[in-house]
Design a protein around this ligand. Sequence first.
Ligand SMILES: [Zn+2]
Length: 359
Amino acid sequence: MPGLDARANLLKELTEAPGLPGYEHEIRAIFRRETNGFGEIEQDGIGSISCKKVGDDEGPSIMLAGHMDEVGWIVRHVSDDGFIKFSPLGGWWSQVMLAQRVNVYTRKGVFTGVIGSKPPHILPAAERGKVVEITDMYIDMGTTDGKVVTEEMGVRIGDPIVPQSAFEALGDGKVYVSKAFDNRMSVATVIETLRALQGEEHPNVVYGVGTVMEEVGLRGARTSSWIANPDVAFSLDVSIAGDVPGVDKHQATGKLGAGPVLLFYDNSIIPHLKLRDLVVETAESEGIPLQLDFVMGGTDGGAIHQHKSGVPTVTLCVPARHIHSHTSMIHRDDYDRLIQLLTTLIKKLDRDAVNALAY
Ligand SMILES: [Zn+2]
C-alpha cells in the first residue's frame, strides 16, 4: 500500500492473511519467507515454526514467542436452503459479530458470507432487547440453494471462516486498524526483532517462534518450547487498552501510543520477578516508556514458563483496542518500541545475566 513503510506493510500482510487455530499455514509461510537467511528454521509436530539466530552458541537460549492463530469460526453444517451454521474457534463476544462480512475458505476458493440472525423487526419486544446467542446465528452466502454452497462453493464441515477486514492507517497515520492484531502484531515483532539483530552481536542463541493454537489453549507454546529449550522466555501478545469511554483505570490501564506493556499478572502466569525487574530497568535506561498492566486472560507464557523444570518468563504486549473483532487497533509507536526493548534485552542476556536471575 502506498504510504506504508516496510514494517507497516508486513503488519498489513500478516493481519489480512487467514490463520485460525490449527489452520495457520499462510502465516507460517510468511514467517518462513521473512526469516529466510536469519538462521535455522525448525517446526514442531503441530505447526509452530522457529528461527534460530545464533549470536554465541555457548550462550543461553532466549525464546521469543508470538502466536500465529487468530479467533474465527468453523463450518458445522450447511442447510438445504444454503445457510451455514458454525462454531467459534477461540473467544467471541456475540455483539461484535452480527451483520459482519466473513471469508469462508473452501477447497474451491474463498467466498464471502454475512453473519445474520432473525430480523429484529419481527421479534417480540421482550426478545429484541436481548443479546442474540451465537448458536442462533447463521452465515448467509447469498443463495437459497444448499447445493450452490456445498457443490459450487465446495463448503464442507470444518472449513475455516475468518473475518473480512482490510488494514487501514487512521488518525495521524500511526494508529492501525485491522483484524487479528491479536496476535500478528507479535508474529511481526518476532520477525522484526530477528531482523534488527542481523549484523549485531548478541551473547546468546535466540529462538524466534510463531506458535500455533494459543486461542484454544496455548498448545503450540507447549510443544515449541521443546525446540527452543529456553533459559529465558518472552511471550508476546496484545493487552487490553483501557483508553476508551467507560473503562475505569483499575480495569485496564494501557493507552495507545504510551509504550509497550509489561504484564504483572495474567490468569496463566505470574511473571518471573527478577526478569520482570530487568525489563523495567532496561526500559528506564533506554528511555522507552513502559506501561504496567494486568490481563484477565491467558498467554503463551502460561505454557512456556512451565516447560521442563521451569523457565523465567514475562509477557510483553502492545495495547490494543477492540480485540477479537473485525477491527482491532494498535499504535505504531508502541510496536516500534517493543522491538527496540526486546533487541536491547537480548543484547544484555549473556550467561552471567541469566544466571543472576536465579531465585
Ligand atoms: Zn493473543
